[in-house]
Design a binder for this molecule. Structure first.
Ligand code: NDP
Length: 492
């Protein structure tokens, strides 16, 4: 067994031991072994990081926009330079398949920095034709100050970069707290960024647990905005803590996204999309298409095709190039998914594929669960309502377009949806009626930096990616300038 790596946290351009002098274990989900020790930061560490971010804010926001853009662009270069080692850490810490994560870091995640670097000098205010003679009124977009980013474990670097790139480009400084289950890659990213011109205090990384580390970060009086990615329970606790000081929050939460297959769909195409939409990351993605709503007469045929596509999938060591599905990222979550499966059986859903924990030859001690499909799921079952965040697909039949919309929208979530039909106009009609932040028609899972993502209902609010992703980190100031004497004596 390799030596266990012990990390420090990063604040004010330096690496520090936590004030508590305690570390917690980070596990490799492929082996079940501890591979790293992560600092357990407390309020004292948070204060150091936030003070640094606060002190760095004014010079950072005052940098010429193109100069700030150049610094942000170099973060993208550093990401590409270190993609192999960062990818290896995500594989070890979180079970991400190396064949997926390393190329993703080099391409569209690096693009996130390039895209927002390019926007630094392009988000213009406006001159407003106000009903006020002798006044020039204009607006400008200004950063908030030191902002807190709190992230989930499923795609640690992706989730972090979607926040850091626009937040910094907008002129904010950042303190980020990754998930207790997957902190190492963010610390390693910070090491890579130290080779760039990023000024002291502009980006700081604290690690630890939600309530012990996250809560004091959100509640620190010098934090001006909170951007959160995680589950509904965590998000709601974070929003409540932020509301005590009236801090704006951006919430990227979970989903129970429907994939709707209409009677005129190309079934093979739809089946590919359904399998792609949930199983390759073992369902551990917020937009997983975890509810399959299918026109009743196609039900048996479609379920057969999907099962045939998924059955041969190779589960295994995420470092192996031929692995198609990696492990569940942490043991508590692995156990939760198995509980969901047991509960679905108890509720009367019919298991037609998978349903078990497995030990692949290449990783016999890892936390793996077979791709699992349940039919005979009714919309009131927990399996149809709660996010499993695992490789578990619930199939629900419907009888009409109207019925499909009703079932799709009968959810507390509204993150994403898929519609499969040969009739584009019908697809658009459905897209307009589905309450979700993203709707895919005849495809699923596409995401690029340019297009905004975010939730409706309990899937959250605010948007990441696209121009909106940067505007979320900006506030608007309206300036009123008198162009002629404009302030009469009110008592004359
Ligand atoms: P959690 O909500 O458990 O945790 C998310 C982050 O919040 C972690 O860093 C966690 O700390 C922290 N946290 C939890 N409670 C508090 C609190 N009271 N105060 C401050 N911080 C807190 O989510 P998971 O990590 O389990 O992630 C899975 C969820 O994330 C799923 O629901 C998934 O759908 C969602 N997600 C949404 C995405 C989107 O873009 N919409 C993208 C990716 C995931 P710690 O864990 O360290 O204790």
């Amino acid at each position: 067994m390799a030596a266990v790596k012990s990390y420090h946290y990063f604040a004010d351009n330096g690496w520090h031991e936590p004030a508590s002098r305690t570390w917690f274990d980070s596990f490799n989900p492929t082996t079940g072994e501890v591979w790293a020790y992560i600092p357990r930061c407390n309020a004292e560490d948070i204060d150091r990081a936030v003070q640094a971010a606060h002190a760095a804010f004014d010079p950072w926001r005052r940098l010429l926009p193109s100069a700030r853009g150049n610094v942000v662009r170099k973060l993208g270069d550093a990401l590409i330079d270190h993609a192999e080692s960062l990818g290896a850490i995500e594989t070890r810490d979180n079970g991400k398949k190396t064949v997926d994560i390393t190329p993703a870091l080099k391409t569209w995640l690096a693009d996130s920095f390039y895209y927002y670097a390019g926007l630094c000098d392009k988000l213009e205010g406006s001159v407003i034709p106000v009903d006020a003679p002798g006044i020039l009124n204009y607006t400008k977009h200004e950063p908030f100050g030191a902002v807190a980013c709190i992230t989930a474990w499923n795609s640690p670097l992706l989730v972090a970069i979607w926040k850091i790139a626009p937040a910094l480009a907008a002129g904010n400084t950042v303190v980020i707290k990754p998930s207790e289950h997957a902190s190492a890659s963010m610390l390693a990213l910070m090491e890579a960024f130290q080779e760039t011109d990023l000024p002291t205090g502009v980006l700081n990384v604290v690690t630890g647990f939600g309530e012990e580390t996250g809560e004091p970060l959100i509640s620190h009086p010098l934090i001006r905005l909170v951007s959160f990615t995680g589950g509904v329970a965590g998000g709601s606790a974070v929003a409540m803590a932020a509301s005590r000081q009236v801090k704006p929050v951006i919430m990227e939460l979970g989903g129970k996204s429907p994939q709707i297959v209409l009677g005129d769909a190309d079934l093979n195409l739809a089946a590919n999309g359904i399998a792609t939409g949930i199983f390759p990351p073992a369902g551990q993605t917020c937009i997983a298409g975890s509810r399959l709503l299918v026109q009743r007469e196609l039900h048996d045929k479609l379920v057969d095709i999907v099962c045939n596509i998924v059955r041969p999938a190779r589960l295994g060591h995420p470092e192996n190039a031929d692995t198609q599905i990696g492990p569940i990222a942490n043991e508590p979550h692995f156990r939760r998914i198995l509980e969901h499966i047991k509960e679905a059986k108890d509720e009367g859903a019919r298991l037609v594929l998978g349903g078990n924990a497995v030990q692949p030859d290449s990783a016999p001690n890892g936390w793996f669960i077979e791709p699992t499909i349940f039919t005979d799921v009714t919309p009131d079952m927990r399996l149809a309502r709660e996010e499993v965040f695992g490789p578990v697909l619930a199939v629900v039949p419907f009888d009409s377009e109207e019925d499909a919309i009703r079932i799709a929208n009968d959810s507390k979530f509204g993150l994403a949806a898929g519609v499969w039909t040969r009739d584009s106009a019908r697809g658009i009609r459905m897209a307009e009626r589905i309450a979700a932040g993203t709707v895919y028609i005849n495809n699923y899972f596409n995401a690029t930096t340019q297009s905004p993502v975010g939730g409706y209902k309990q899937s959250g609010y605010g948007r990441e990616n696209g121009i909106e992703g940067m505007k979320a980190f900006l506030q608007t100031k309206s300036v009123w300038l008198a162009t002629e004497p404009n302030q009469p004596n009110p008592f004359a």
